[in-house]
Design a protein around this ligand. Structure first.
Ligand SMILES: Cc1cc2nc3c(=O)[nH]c(=O)nc-3n(C[C@H](O)[C@H](O)[C@H](O)COP(=O)(O)O)c2cc1C
Length: 352
């Protein structure tokens, strides 16, 4: 999408002599019948308040401090891949976007970096991002458990220093590991491993799932830990149990497919966290949240960040991936459109 086209959707430019008026009026007549909104299509999440604000610009979006850094919009690029040539291109495109629009970024699993330097450049995004925006490395809970057991937590610190990352994202993915043909076995509860890590780790920690979210008991336990943030990675978008089943044999797919349908949506998790914040009061030590998993667009994100009674931003993975694979221009235009959409929502929509 070209910059001009993005503007077109937001605002029409009527010059004094208005040379396109007649073509436009013809369009209006032709398209009117196609432009009926059916009852089932109505989005009832917002009050629309058209008379209270002028058209916004991107600079109207408030800066957001997150994990000790500054973001220019409340939008996070959720952890994705590394360790292949394509991943380097994707990460580089995404890091350039974060730099330009002031967004935060989580890396995909950095496990390969613990073992060798071959793939370092796939993950080495700080030189592109600059120092202002948040940037987090990523490891799975099975790896954390193993590193603790082998007394190698220092390797994580070294990796974070080398990447100049602000902290570590831990993905907790017992279903994925179980269903992945080459997956790891988790021998201790993830909560035990996270607690053990916290005892010997002085860096910021974010804990996330990988597309099925978390229920109330897991959230309650995590919210009481001194961690920087919980990322939902909720059910409703990319689902790694489903993905691993595509990589399994047909028999496993048939037997376990039901597991991929289980979990908690981002909307449900917002409700759960709000309820738990009321219950826990001062015992809630985790103060920031990334609402992610199935967030299709800025309207979903805008709605949910306004619904959560806590400091939060929203994150997307596959939506960015779709365009980042194509190229920088494509992901740039997608991001610009999302941020313009956010500015418009801020100006005219109040969440019910
Ligand atoms: C290609 C791809 C690779 C991913 N790799 C990781 C990973 O290494 N670590 C992780 O924590 N999450 C990983 N995720 C999960 C995402 O961070 C996110 O939680 C999930 O995709 C749900 O978000 P979405 O619905 O916006 O895609 C990956 C997602 C995608 C699409």
């Amino acid at each position: 999408m070209k910059e001009k086209d993005i503007h077109k959707g937001l605002r029409s430019h009527i010059s004094e002599d208005d040379p396109t008026a007649s073509a436009r009026k013809e369009d209006h007549i032709k398209l009117a019948f196609k432009s009926q909104i059916e009852n089932g299509q109505i989005d009832r999440r917002f009050n629309y308040e058209p008379i209270l604000a002028a058209h916004p610009s991107i600079s109207d979006i408030k800066k957001k401090s997150f994990a000790g850094k500054q973001m220019k919009a409340p939008l996070w690029i959720s952890s994705m891949t590394g360790g292949t040539e394509l991943a380097k291109k994707i990460n580089t495109n995404l890091a350039m976007i974060c730099k330009e629009f002031g967004l935060g970024m989580g890396l995909g699993s950095c496990r390969k970096l613990l073992e060798e330097d071959t793939y370092f450049q796939d993950f080495n995004m700080r030189p592109i991002l600059g120092d202002d925006v948040p940037f987090f490395a990523n490891l799975g809970i099975a790896q954390i458990e193993k590193l603790i057991k082998e007394n190698k937590v220092d390797l994580i610190k070294k990796m974070l220093d080398k990447l100049r990352a602000d902290g570590l994202i831990i993905h907790v993915n017992p279903f994925q590991e179980w269903l992945q043909p080459e997956g790891d076995i988790i021998n201790e509860s993830p909560l035990t491993s996270i607690n053990k890590l916290i005892e010997q780790f002085d860096r910021k920690i974010i804990v996330k799932e990988v597309g099925q979210g978390m229920g109330p008991e897991s959230l309650k336990a995590l919210m009481q830990l001194p961690i920087e943030c919980i990322e939902f990675a909720a059910l409703g978008g990319t689902n790694f149990s489903k993905l691993e089943l595509f990589r399994s044999d047909i028999e496993a797919r048939e037997i376990f497919s039901g597991l991929a349908k289980v979990g908690h949506t981002a909307e449900e998790m917002v409700f759960l966290v709000n309820t738990l914040l009321d219950e826990l009061q001062d015992k809630a030590r985790c103060k920031q949240y990334i609402i992610s998993g199935g967030i299709k667009n800025f309207l979903d994100g805008y709605y949910l960040i306004n619904k959560l009674n806590a400091d939060c931003i929203f994150g997307q993975a596959s939506s960015f991936l779709k365009y980042a694979i194509e190229g920088y221009e494509q992901v740039h235009d997608y991001t610009a459109a999302q941020i313009k959409g956010l500015a418009l929502a801020n100006a005219y929509l109040k969440v019910k």
